[in-house]
Design a protein around this ligand. Structure first.
Ligand SMILES: NC(=O)c1ccc[n+]([C@@H]2O[C@H](COP(=O)([O-])OP(=O)(O)OC[C@H]3O[C@@H](n4cnc5c(N)ncnc54)[C@H](OP(=O)(O)O)[C@@H]3O)[C@@H](O)[C@H]2O)c1
Length: 292
């Protein structure tokens, strides 16, 4: 029986990136649907859950994507409201690639802590610079879940506050907003942090090397960006735990390489059973097994 993946995309033009990975992850056939909303998804979801019998339902699955994470979260919730009893299929959320990218970045950063410790960062501080975007919010949430006291920065105090509140609510972990607009506020955001991650828009330099190399408390730096210049000066794209000025560093292509493996593994997993929901927690758990 053919493995069918229905790509419910909140954007007007469904992601071609997600389409390629869907096939590479094992879908035999991808059906992209554009501009899907919580209100409009019903017929598409019902067509998938009511067609194949119980033994074959696992060969149909749903992928929720698009560039807006909040829209994706709302769509995932709406999709799940149509499920009942055995009338369900597995579904994955990865709007803007935020879940797979954040899971890959955090799994790499925390790989040295190994299995079995769910809060390896308890008592430690971490800062997510320009964390107001989808990737930054997911990374902030995962670091918070790992026990860190997380600061999330924005150029605008209001955006920092709104994003930190979203993270705290979604992950049930505290998240402190900080505004960063100059060298002084950047120093304040970094103060005492063991981990610093730059999640600004592509090609935006946020952290000069001269600032981070002198900070004794900093141990780990990560930058998922792949478009030059890097968000953190002095990191190389393929850094995967390289030690620079005494700190472990992770670059965008090392994170991106794991993210792609992870995304493909998630697609494959969708077709193993018909009752899985792959959101950031499940995707992060899988990421940890890939780096172990
Ligand atoms: N390696 C991978 O596989 C992979 C996958 C996905 C994404 N990425 C990378 O991950 C990073 C984050 O992605 P994203 O989609 O979450 O980012 P985003 O939403 O495009 O941007 C994140 C934040 O950057 C800040 N920003 C925008 N322009 C800025 C500027 N000129 N100066 C300073 N700050 C600025 C904004 O925060 P404020 O306005 O609140 O300050 C914005 O909310 C990007 O570099 C992206 O390319 C990598």
């Amino acid at each position: 029986m053919k493995k069918l993946l229905f790509q419910l995309d909140t954007d007007a033009c469904p992601s071609t990136f997600d389409a390629v990975v869907a096939h590479d992850g094992g879908a035999d056939h991808l059906i992209p649907l554009a501009g899907v909303t919580p209100e409009s998804c019903g017929p598409a979801v019902e067509g998938v859950i009511y067609t194949r019998g119980p033994a074959h339902k696992k060969n149909s699955a749903l992928f929720v994507g698009g560039s807006d994470l909040a829209e994706g979260e709302a769509l995932l919730a709406a999709v799940r409201r149509h499920f009942h009893g055995g009338f369900r299929v597995s579904v994955m959320l990865d709007s803007n690639g935020a879940n797979t990218t954040a899971a890959a970045a955090v799994a790499l950063m925390l790989a040295e802590y190994g299995e079995g410790d769910d809060t390896p960062l308890a008592g430690q501080s971490a800062v997510v610079l320009a964390g107001t975007g989808p990737v930054g919010q997911r990374i902030a949430g995962l670091l918070g879940r790992a026990g860190a006291a997380v600061r999330l920065s924005s150029r605008a105090p209001g955006r920092a506050k709104a994003a930190a509140e979203r993270v705290a609510k979604r992950f049930e972990a505290p998240c402190e907003p900080v505004a960063v607009s100059d060298k002084t506020s950047l120093a304040g955001a970094l103060a005492g942090s063991r981990i610093a991650v730059a999640t600004g828009a592509a090609g935006v330099r946020l952290l000069p090397e001269a600032v981070w190399r002198e900070r004794g408390a900093l141990e780990v730096l990560a930058d998922p960006g792949t478009t030059p210049p890097s968000g953190i000066e002095g990191l190389e794209p393929f850094d995967r735990g390289e030690v620079r000025h005494g700190k472990r560093t992770y670059g965008g292509l090392a994170i991106g390489s794991l993210k792609l493996r992870l995304h493909r593994a998630c697609i494959a997993r969708l077709f193993e059973r018909n009752d899985q929901v792959l959101d950031v927690e499940e995707i992060y758990a899988l990421a940890r097994t890939l780096v172990a």
